[in-house]
Design a binder for this molecule. Sequence first.
Ligand code: DQA
Length: 147
Amino acid sequence: MTSVLVLNGPNLNLLGLREPEIYGADTLADVEAACVAHATANGFSVTCAQSNHEGALVDAIHAARGIHKGIVLNAGAYTHTSIALRDAIAGTQIPTVELHLSNIHAREPFRHHSMIAPVAVGMICGFGAAGYTLALDALIGHLGGTT
Ligand code: DQA
């Protein structure tokens, strides 16, 4: 079964508690359960991981080589700052769909720029927790559908 990685960055462990008016009421556990159900229903297996540490996220991308065919990445605030994450995606060449719960382009100017976008397959933002399954659909489609 083809495997994909859903990787969440800093502060996304606080989903459900954190600024719910922006990020919604679903917890990270809710989001991850929805990803597992959705991927499984489409014949894919999914591993979910989260870290607040930039280097750990780089390590997770490197470790995905040979295991996961693609990544759904919500890099949180590192989206806007991390050349290291961008280089990890470019270096591993693992197809990556960038995801944000909020519409980063409708928020503060410092959120408008993404370091990840130029090396991502594409980006989904602004659809809240539903974005995770939309991103999985986009990634699965990019990978050529079912296994
Ligand atoms: C976010 C948007 C980022 O700007 C922010 O730093 C986050 C969450 C989102 O999912 O909307 O932590 O990636």
